[in-house]
Design a protein. Structure first.
Length: 96
């Protein structure tokens, strides 16, 4: 290596702060705690969304439009496959 490269490397190492193992552990634990709380909040929002979708499905059913029956009819006719690639039922947004 040339002297210039060695000087640059040494200068770079001096600028990089050394973080202790305890600080790194604390950082990662804090990140995990924050992400766990974010996941809980996301699950709460998804639950609210599901409740609202059920409300609207019920309202449509009261108005004489039953989307589940329509999906069954389409499945029987073979126009819309009921199951996705993984063998699971398709979400309601794909049926609408």
């Amino acid at each position: 290596m040339t002297a210039k490269k060695e000087d640059k490397k040494a200068a770079k190492e001096e600028k990089t702060p050394q973080v202790s193992k305890d600080e790194q552990i604390g950082y990662h634990k804090g990140c995990l705690t924050t992400l766990a709380k974010e996941r809980q909040e996301l699950a709460r929002v998804v639950g609210i969304c599901d409740q609202l979708m059920q409300f609207h499905l019920g309202a449509l059913k009261e108005l004489g439009l039953d989307l589940t029956k329509q999906a069954e009819v389409q499945e029987a006719m073979g126009t819309t496959p009921r199951k996705s690639e993984g063998g699971k039922k398709k979400p309601i947004d794909e049926i609408i």
